[in-house]
Design a protein around this ligand. Sequence first.
Ligand code: A2P
Length: 274
Amino acid sequence: MSTVPDITLADGTVIPQLGFGTWQVPTEQAYEAVKKALEVGYRHIDTAAIYGNEEGVGRAISESKIDRDELFVTTKLWNDSHKADDARRGITESLRKLGLDYVDLYLIHWPATVKYGDAYIEAWDALQDFKAEGLIKAAGVSNFHIPHLDRLNGPAPAIDQLESHPTFQNAQLDKDLQSRGIVLEAWSPLGSGQDLDNPVIDEIGKDLGKSIAQVIIAWHLAKGHIVLPKSITPARIEENFDVFGFELSDDQIAAIDALEAGNRTGSDPETADF
Ligand code: A2P
């Protein structure tokens, strides 16, 4: 039984607040990791066309025999496919590889303005068509800043998936998104591992009898983020799911809030040239 809280997005979509990330995990390893994650109780899995692991993810899902409506599966449209026809090929290919009739959430992976200009605006229109056709249940974006969001036509995205972790929180953007009813979904929630030796968080973990990773995930949950920790290590997959029997105090949350250090570990959406 999953103890993961659900969040209801502005478009009515219900999404488990803790999901399982698969970035940089090749397809065979993704198969093993997702299989383990589903055994442990995760029901929300995040992948992307560019990760090259949708087949492995899909195989783990299909072998699990878990009812489709108990699962929440996200994938993402790659940057070179923002034009309507390319986007349609993108979703078709992703569904084929995943072995699914629909995904619960489909994201435009990056605005990708340096390389593709404002083609992401066309991609957003395409996602509305896919939603109307039932190929995707919810539409969202990833790595979008406010000016990107402002240029979209139609309904606002339900979600913006962004780099967020204690030493690079994206706190101002989080506030701006909240004021628009858009939920921040955190990628690299552990700082791609870089925040896992932080002495302040270590201290909090020792007080609570929890690991640094568990404290960071609890901090994201307390902030209202949707959080997607990633691991290929079975014991860590279990550890990262065991985050619901305790809560951080306001002081502990404030102490982690104070760790912002501008430590971006991934690409900057403004300058990303891929
Ligand atoms: P591994 O996959 O080898 O287990 P993020 O989710 O921020 O991208 O961070 C992922 C990185 O953090 C991976 O290198 C992963 O290692 C590591 N990691 C994930 N969970 C834990 C954990 N509970 N303890 C230590 N390291 C972890």
